[in-house]
Design a protein around this ligand. Structure first.
Ligand code: COA
Length: 138
């Protein structure tokens, strides 16, 4: 298996959808909402991808200002390629694109919650999420 890594190589909605399905992250992403999937891909400004030939086998999809904050929205590796270092490499390459003060921020999927602490992330219990449809109140 010779996997190559690319920064901001174009990815189609179908490639993205198939990868999410094959990694199990598809259960937690709107893979049947094509407009949303298209928006996720086209409005990301940092996508690191892993390829086995023409097959997309991993992705780290982020939205970032490159200086202060980078939100790593989707990290996924094809099931047949997991636990061989691809996830870590996708994150290292993401970090390499960022300035020295820029933090990587993410929300872990339940099945991956113990993954991030062991590779260097700090758990932050002051992270807050405003769910869609919830109006700001007091
Ligand atoms: C989580 C995920 C991205 C990790 O990518 P990966 O390429 O499999 O991970 P790596 O090979 O870089 O793993 C490095 C280490 O983390 C461990 N690890 C991998 N997945 C793990 C998980 N879900 N939970 C805990 N540890 C995990 C590996 O065993 C390895 O440990 P080692 O270095 O002691 O052998 C990948 O397994 C995946 O796509 N999972 C399904 C989708 C998902 O949950 N994505 C995360 C969304 S927040």
């Amino acid at each position: 298996m010779a996997v190559s890594f690319k920064v901001n190589r174009p990815i189609t909605i179908d490639q993205f959808t198939r990868l999410l399905e094959s990694s199990t992250l598809g259960e937690r992403r709107p893979i049947h909402d094509r407009e949303c999937m298209e928006g996720m891909i086209s409005n990301s400004n940092l996508i690191v991808s892993a390829w086995d030939g023409a097959l997309l086998v991993g992705i780290a999809r982020s939205v970032t200002d490159f200086h202060y904050a980078c939100y790593l929205s989707d990290l996924a590796v094809h099931k047949s390629y997991q636990k061989s270092g691809i996830g870590k490499r996708l994150q290292s390459l993401t970090q390499e694109q960022l300035g020295p003060l820029c933090k990587l921020i993410l929300i872990a999927a339940p099945a991956a919650n113990s993954y991030y602490g062991q590779i260097g992330y700090t758990h932050n219990d002051r992270c807050w999420v405003l769910e869609p449809g919830v109006t700001i109140g007091n």
